[in-house]
Design a protein around this ligand. Structure first.
Ligand code: PGA
Length: 248
């Protein structure tokens, strides 16, 4: 069965020393957590975060990476670099990266393939804008994001991918999707994956919801049939709140 995953996305917050302190504090609070715990930190915080999380149940992930092995890509970070410092997960195609850093469905697919090739677990983000929701094209749009993200992935590889459904209108706005709205899209993503692979494969892929998840709504969201956890931005910056989400 799919275990609930509580993933924090710190975005561009915290320095390495702050990361170390926060993870040390969190470690004690989540050592018996019901859910799997994961934190995506800024690149420069990764070594400190990995070290602080050592021997605990907290996994560490990066917020992005490049799809090539190495080369003339100034300012970029490769999968191999992440792997060598003990990073286990990588966030791919967050809507902020799509909006501000020209990430496309094709670069998302290339990065997913590259992450898997290097033994990193990719968490692929998808999600519609408010305009797309109002135009009632949410399902079509997200299915297209999913189909391209999973393009040319074998069933074995697909099983290693985590999906995060994050409606853009719910990110950082305090406007959480209702449990039904979130579950409905997560279920459709699962049906889309069943179409690409099969029912059994789709039933084993974790699909998270993200967008203003907080300590008060997490339990209800995580109890839904097709929601397997949360990708948490703002609330992951508060240790107390995030630890509640890790136990929701
Ligand atoms: P939020 O961010 O929880 O602050 O809405 C979620 C995300 O962008 O991953």
């Amino acid at each position: 069965m799919r275990k609930i995953l509580a993933a924090g996305n710190w975005k561009m917050n915290n320095t390495p020393s702050q990361a170390e302190a926060m993870i040390n504090e969190l470690k004690a609070k989540v050592k018996d957590a019901k859910n799997d715990v994961l934190i995506f930190t800024p690149f420069v915080c990764l070594p400190a975060a990995v070290k602080a999380a050592e021997g605990s149940n907290i996994k560490i992930g990066a917020q992005n990476m490049h799809f090539e092995d190495k080369g003339a890509f100034t300012g970029e970070i490769s999968a191999q670099m992440l792997k060598e410092i003990g990073v286990e997960y990588v966030l791919i195609g967050h809507s902020e990266r799509r909006e501000y850093f020209a990430e496309t469905d094709d670069t998302v697919n290339a990065k997913v393939i590259q992450a898997l090739k290097n033994g990193l677990t990719p968490m692929v983000c998808c999600g519609e804008t408010l305009k797309q929701r109002e135009d009632t094209i949410t399902f079509d749009f997200i299915r297209s994001q999913i189909k391209i993200a999973f393009r040319s992935l074998s069933k074995e590889d697909a099983l290693k991918v985590v999906v995060a459904y994050e409606p853009i209108w719910a990110i950082g706005t305090g406007k959480v999707a209702t449990s039904e709205q979130a579950d409905e899209v997560c279920r459709d993503i699962r049906e889309c994956l069943a179409g690409i692979y099969d029912e059994e494969t789709a039933a084993n892929i974790r699909i998270l919801y993200g967008g203003s998840v907080n300590k008060d709504c997490a339990a209800e969201l995580f109890a839904m049939n097709d929601i397997d956890g949360g990708l948490v931005g703002g609330a992951s910056l508060k240790v107390e709140d995030f630890s509640i989400i890790c136990n929701a």
